[in-house]
Design a protein around this ligand. Structure first.
Ligand code: NI
Length: 137
């Protein structure tokens, strides 16, 4: 079993909040990330796939194909967008990095499967000091 990771980057705005809570309660729970006037992050996304290498190609997957799938289904939809307002796969969700990782997993899992390999991990760095990893459960 071989593991391969592709890195992609995007920038997006968000606000951590629940609409059923007051501004004060949102501020109390989410702190600065609940600023009503939004803020943004430069995210780094790592998509790790796994499988067996092709006996003829010697590679796991065509990297250009994998990159196109990530860009088309994730980066194009979220880069320079407001996650709370414009990104279909974050609709109705608190825009935490945790939820973002789970949502990206759900978007990419079937696409990666179609390449004859499997999604192994979604890792997202929100800042240099914080990252989230999701393995599908
Ligand atoms: Ni934030």
């Amino acid at each position: 079993m071989i593991y391969l990771t592709r890195r992609e980057r995007f920038s997006a705005a968000h606000r951590m909040f629940k609409k059923e809570w007051s501004d004060n309660k949102n501020q109390e729970v989410f702190g600065n990330c609940s600023n009503p006037h939004w803020h943004g992050h430069n995210y780094t996304l790592f998509v790790t796939v796994k499988g067996n290498i092709g006996s003829e190609t010697g590679y796991l997957v065509n990297l250009k194909t994998l990159s196109s799938i990530i860009r088309e289904n994730v980066v194009r939809k979220i880069d320079h967008k407001n996650m709370n307002l414009e990104v279909d796969f974050m609709d109705g969700k608190v825009t935490s990095t945790e939820n973002l990782a789970i949502s990206i997993w759900e978007v990419l899992y079937p696409k990666v499967k179609m390449l004859g390999i499997e999604l192994h991990k979604i890792k997202i760095e929100e800042t240099e000091n914080n990252f989230i990893e999701y393995f599908g459960k």
